[in-house]
Ligand binder design. Sequence first.
Ligand SMILES: Cc1cc2nc3c(=O)[nH]c(=O)nc-3n(C[C@H](O)[C@H](O)[C@H](O)COP(=O)(O)OP(=O)(O)OC[C@H]3O[C@@H](n4cnc5c(N)ncnc54)[C@H](O)[C@@H]3O)c2cc1C
Length: 481
Amino acid sequence: MPFKIHWFKKNLRFQDNEILIKTDSSSSILLYIIEPELWIQKDMSQRQWDFIWESLKSLKTDLAKQGLHLNILYGDASEIFQKLHKKYGFTKVISEQETGIHWTFGRDKKLKSLFKELSVNWIEYPYFGVKRGNHNRDHWAGSIQNILKKPLVKKDKYIDNSIILTSQETQTPRNFYDRTPCPFRQKGGSHHAHDLLNTFLEVRGENYQKEMSSPITAEKSCSRLSPHFTHGTISLRQAFQTAEQKKLKVQSTNKVFTKSINAFLSRLYWRSHFIQKLEDEPSIELKSFITLYDEIRDQDKEKLQLWIKGETGIPFIDACMIYLRNHGWINFRMRAMLASFAAYNLWLDWRYFAPPLAALFTDFEPGIHYSQIQMQSGTTGINTIRMYNPYKQSEEQDPEANFIVNNIPSFKNVPKNLLHFPETVTPFEKQLLPPTWKDPIINVVQSSKKAKDKIYGIRKMINHKILAKSVFLKHGSRKSH
Ligand SMILES: Cc1cc2nc3c(=O)[nH]c(=O)nc-3n(C[C@H](O)[C@H](O)[C@H](O)COP(=O)(O)OP(=O)(O)OC[C@H]3O[C@@H](n4cnc5c(N)ncnc54)[C@H](O)[C@@H]3O)c2cc1C
């Protein structure tokens, strides 16, 4: 039987994994490639790799229980496939369809022509609902519903002894773009994903809808499944179906929980909706949806550094950034506020601050990240301009300033009104503040006003309307879901 390669890219799970369905004892080579060049890209980081490494170890164990062996090789994907072809003459590669960063897009294009040259058939299974090539956005919402409702894929019996490569070399990448320590990072591996899903649907998620916006309650009440979806340690379909089953159980007795589950289900759908945008237009990682916005902002290194280190002098912004640096995760509202602050108040070019922010996310998912960054920077042309006022957010989401103090302990004795409104500190009060106190690097009200004037100035341009219409036709969400 001719050899085939089952190539794990981001779907690091055994359950509900299409690429495993056609495994076969005598001809299947199960493969993961550690690509050193990937890890020096600006949005990649050690924390993401550490999560992947834990997930790979867990996957290896799960596969071994079925008699399957995962080979982990290190090097350039094209070179590895060429070597394997010389030795095994494989005729098929089975993988998921990846919607990744520019670098992975380029690598896949290179592989496509290599496989064509070698007469290798590359079968790519699409991510839930994400379509490649020509398709109509009007019918998109209906088709993802069908995909998420399909039974999970599984094979009755896996046959022992998938091939163990003799030239095996496992090595951790050395040159990461970002090595910021992350002491409270979430752990990789399917068993952790299933634990999170179960505790979320059993108890943690009951008040999800009410508690997702504050960083104090979000850590418990949000699912925290994002790194697991990104690295594929659990399938979106499995989470969707388990949540639907839970909804059936509680909908007649618990309205609050039902609403929370509905909010969660919508977000699972959004996941694919955002990935579809990058799939349809890979350039949104590098260019604004409406390119009129591309040349208006700055690349100010000093401001970027102060923002990314949590040293802007605005305690709530800094506390959120420090929390993110230490946890590799923060809730949606705070991500949006951090991005809005960089894009509007600091007036930084989103292409300049998006990669270092991505590197701090263990769950970095290019399709969601770059679309969201552009939404929060006002460059899509089709979304409402939303500038988050950090002082208002601070007061509303952290009224007692506990979150600020937990993340910046030296502010323990600072009165909470000063933590919420640092611009109001008088010279006398300043003498009593701890030495770590810094004045805000920007006046929030003035910088917001300036940003608003500039952004609305572009929105009013005649060609903006025409460009925005074409963005909507290509990427806009349709209500049918
Ligand atoms: C600037 C910015 C950048 C972001 N970058 C990423 C990223 O790189 N990776 C990422 O997974 N999410 C990203 N998000 C979306 C969102 O903040 C996270 O998905 C969410 O906070 C993850 O926590 P959770 O798993 O507890 O989510 P839950 O609230 O429990 O939601 C469940 C799942 O739904 C999906 N989801 C939730 N919110 C969104 C959304 N707004 N858009 C698309 N899918 C969503 C995620 O897969 C999430 O795991 C970003 C948001 C912003 C504003």
